[in-house]
Design a binder for this molecule. Structure first.
Ligand SMILES: NC(=O)c1ccc[n+]([C@@H]2O[C@H](COP(=O)([O-])OP(=O)(O)OC[C@H]3O[C@@H](n4cnc5c(N)ncnc54)[C@H](O)[C@@H]3O)[C@@H](O)[C@H]2O)c1
Ligand SMILES: [Zn+2]
Length: 381
């Protein structure tokens, strides 16, 4: 990944990040106030297309009117469908409702599904778009920080199974991503902070310069200055690069899972509840991945401490003791890790680090070493 360009952007000027995927290539437009340009952008890309906007109840109440106004102003025929907010909407039941709504709205090949919301809506509406009429084009309008830097880019769509998260799904790339950074002003501080964990993850996994820049500029990302657009653009460029080289995650794309093996186990241990949001689990997972790398002698304890210190400075959890209500014991956590990851020939795959910005895929991790590490962490809580 390239280091961040720290030259200030002109506030309000959109940044366009191309995702180079041959016939599936698309642009990510990032900037304050871009929702107003949604209709014009769609019209330019698909003249004459109808749209259906899929969103959740919370986003609908705050941002739907502006989205519909933009589409109407461009003369685009539009309908909408609203599901309840929250992870539980990524269900078979909602998938059916969204698919039926798309069919009922007579959205056909050449028309568009617009996913207006966070990662839940992007995953659900994207998967419905992938499925109705064997694949309709769709546009992502991400409204959370997590969705703007991570879930709206790269084409992973899907819903949850009773056996686990994201087990049913498809790769289906959007034809356009419009990330209006002003929409994040209405996000709760906690959700914003959780999304920031994925921002920090991009620095930690592949861009030490970006991480150092974040250590200095994070407050402006939260307050909505031009550093916010800059940070989102860096993450999108980083993810776009990885996705264009490894769309289906046969290699490099797995680096994006830094912090996610420990994180998913802790998230599942907390019952995927408000007790621990995904991004919070990722922050803690990243801190643990750095500490585990230090234990394997890959980095010094000071490097792990620096990674944790930044996450803690923004208010993210970095220690097991930070999880309200406690954590399962190491046996249960190992069960959850084994459910999330295939154990191949008795070994686990982890994303580990040789430094800040230097993540790599390690296929040869002994589960006994992970168990001992977790037992120590739990004991020293
Ligand atoms: N497809 C991928 O590559 C990918 C990557 C990472 C995560 N995900 C998925 O993304 C989901 C998490 O995404 P999320 O964190 O965006 O959750 P989310 O979509 O549930 O949004 C979080 C909460 O914020 C509310 N909200 C959204 N935008 C808002 C706004 N602008 N103002 C006020 N409130 C707003 C939502 O209604 C919801 O209550 C998970 O299901 C995860 O599996 C997918
Ligand atoms: Zn994540």
């Amino acid at each position: 990944m390239t280091a961040i360009k720290t030259a200030p952007l002109r506030h309000g000027e959109p940044v366009v990040v191309p995702v180079a995927l041959a016939e599936r290539a698309y642009d990510i437009a990032i900037g304050r106030g871009l929702l107003a340009t949604l209709g014009a952008r769609i019209k330019a890309l698909r003249p004459g297309a109808k749209t259906i906007v899929v969103t959740d109840e919370t986003v609908s109440a705050i941002h739907m009117a502006a989205a519909l106004a933009s589409l109407n102003d461009a003369g685009i025929e539009t309908s909408s469908f609203v599901v309840p907010a929250g992870e539980s909407s990524k269900s078979f039941a909602n998938f059916e409702l969204v698919c039926e709504a798309i069919v009922a709205a007579r959205i056909e090949r050449g028309d568009l599904v617009v996913a207006l919301g966070g990662g839940v809506i992007g995953d659900l509406a994207g998967y419905a778009a992938a499925s109705v009429r064997r694949g309709l084009d769709f546009v992502q309008v991400p409204t959370t920080l997590l969705a703007q830097v991570d879930s709206s880019v790269g084409g992973k769509t899907g819903i949850n199974s009773r056996h686990g998260k994201n087990l049913i799904g498809a790769f289906h790339q959007p034809i356009l991503v419009v990330a209006d950074t002003a929409l994040l002003d209405t996000l709760s501080k906690r959700e914003f902070r959780a999304g920031y964990a994925e921002v920090a993850k991009f620095g930690l996994l592949g861009d030490a310069g970006f991480f150092a820049w974040l250590e200095t500029n994070w407050q402006e990302i939260f307050s909505g200055g031009s550093a916010r657009e800059q940070a989102i653009a860096v993450c999108c460029r980083g993810k776009a690069g990885i996705v264009s080289r490894d769309e289906r995650e046969t290699g490099e794309r797995a680096l994006l899972n830094l912090g996610h093996t420990f994180g998913h186990a802790l998230e599942a241990g907390a019952g995927f509840s408000q007790r621990l949001l995904h991004g919070e689990a990722v922050a803690l997972g990243c801190a643990l991945a750095f500490e585990f790398s230090a234990r394997r002698g890959l980095i010094g304890a000071d490097v792990a401490a620096r990674a944790s210190a930044h996450l803690a400075a923004v208010g993210l959890p970095t220690k097991l003791a930070d999880i309200p209500g406690g954590v399962p014991d190491e046996e249960r956590l190992m069960d959850l890790i084994a459910q999330d990851k295939k154990v191949k020939r008795g070994k686990l795959t982890f994303i580990l680090v040789r430094g800040i910005g230097q993540a790599f895929i390690e296929n040869n991790v002994d589960p006994a070493q992970v168990r001992a590490f977790l037992a120590d962490k739990i004991a020293s809580r």
